[in-house]
Design a protein around this ligand. Structure first.
Ligand code: NAP
Length: 326
């Protein structure tokens, strides 16, 4: 990951104003694709990321539906490639946390823990974070059997009994991954059928290592120092029963990370609304990926949205030509 070298020379208490054409907040697939297209269009492009490039892709062991990869590609490896490709075209990637974005005239100022940066366009690509079950024992045993990342933590529970909670693509995908590590995977979903794409759901239902229980929810996670048992409830009959598990993997959706973008219009869940050019209601600001209100959240969709957003930003800057940035 690149650190801005000119930033270091300013001294840590004196943020340096760096003029950019495009600032992208978030280095998931959407942000990195936008960076590549922005830099390739000759925009001085800065990506700000607080963790590591890749976003949600980092949690995926084998991506089998990203175009161009007939064999499943590891999410971390794909992210590295996306980052390198963006850098090859001249995009800079800053490790730091964006803390506030303000706009004066046609200029956005993005405050970060590494200094302040200005640009006429900003792409919001901060994605989402996992939703919590909110049941007793979840926080207590987080990191001690409760996990939100099968790729990261699954190998610790090889041949152990694992509970997966959720009914969407993530729960099904990750159950498939865990079924390669153990033949004792139990997937519970609160409804009577999966929300996940049918092809994925069918594979789960036909997987001998996964036992699917519909209309079932976890009520409490129990143990001494680590996960040992889960109290489950059949929501149809109301019956509650305790069952031994070594791990609980939670994949029940995500919460959009929209805090930096208070002035953008959002849907009822908090995803940012855009038009088909990825423009938000704030001129010069765009939104892509899991943060955006969209019917289908996929890496390839996020990457496509990133390309559109960067193209729109480039056109917006062309339109501004002749106007002074304040
Ligand atoms: P999702 O599609 O929103 O599904 C979340 C699931 O969790 C739903 O089935 C939901 O139940 C259930 N749920 C929510 N709150 C719950 C609670 N408190 N207790 C128990 N269950 C609860 O989320 P996701 O699976 O994380 O996927 C997010 C996005 O990423 C989706 O757009 C998905 O398509 C995409 N994705 C795609 C892939 C892939 O293509 N391979 C892989 C991963 C993710 P209800 O159905 O009753 O609402």
């Amino acid at each position: 990951m690149d650190l801005k070298l000119d930033q270091q020379s300013t001294g840590e208490n004196k943020p340096k104003e760096t003029e950019k054409d495009l600032i992208i907040v978030g280095a998931g697939a959407g942000g990195l694709a936008a960076a590549q297209y922005g830099a390739r269009a000759n925009l001085r492009t800065l990506v700000i990321e607080e963790l590591a490039s890749g976003g949600q892709a980092l949690n995926i062991d084998g991506l089998e539906n990203y175009p161009g990869f007939p064999e499943p590609v590891n999410g971390f490896e794909l992210s590295q490639q996306l980052e390198q490709q963006a850098k090859n075209f001249g995009a800079e990637i800053l490790m730091g946390t964006a803390t506030e974005i303000t706009k004066k005239g046609n200029t956005f100022t993005v405050k970060t823990t590494m200094g302040d940066y200005t640009a006429p366009t900003v792409i919001a690509a901060t994605g989402s974070k996992h939703r919590l079950l909110g049941i007793p024992g979840e926080k207590e045993f987080s990191g001690r059997g409760v996990s939100y990342c099968a790729t990261c933590d699954g190998p610790f529970f090889k041949n152990k009994k694992m509970l997966v909670v959720g009914g969407g693509d993530a729960a099904c995908d990750e159950s498939m991954f865990l079924s390669k590590l153990s033949d004792k995977v139990v997937l519970v979903h609160r409804r009577d059928r999966f929300r996940a794409q049918k092809s994925l759901a069918d594979r789960v239902l036909h997987n001998e290592n996964i036992e699917t229980r519909f209309n079932t929810v976890p009520v409490e996670i129990r143990g001494e120092n680590k996960v040992e048992k889960v109290l489950l409830k059949n929501s149809e009959t109301g019956e509650e029963y305790e069952e031994a598990f070594d791990a609980v993997f939670v994949f029940i959706g995500s919460i959009p990370q929209n805090q930096l973008f208070p002035d953008t219009e959002k849907d009822e869940v908090g995803h940012i609304l855009t038009n088909q050019r990825m423009e938000t209601n704030v001129p010069g600001m765009y939104a892509v990926g899991d943060l955006r209100s969209t019917p289908f959240r996929q890496l390839v969709v996020a990457a496509g949205e990133g390309a559109i957003a960067a193209h729109s930003a480039s056109q917006y800057i062309d339109d501004l030509e002749g106007q002074a940035y304040e």
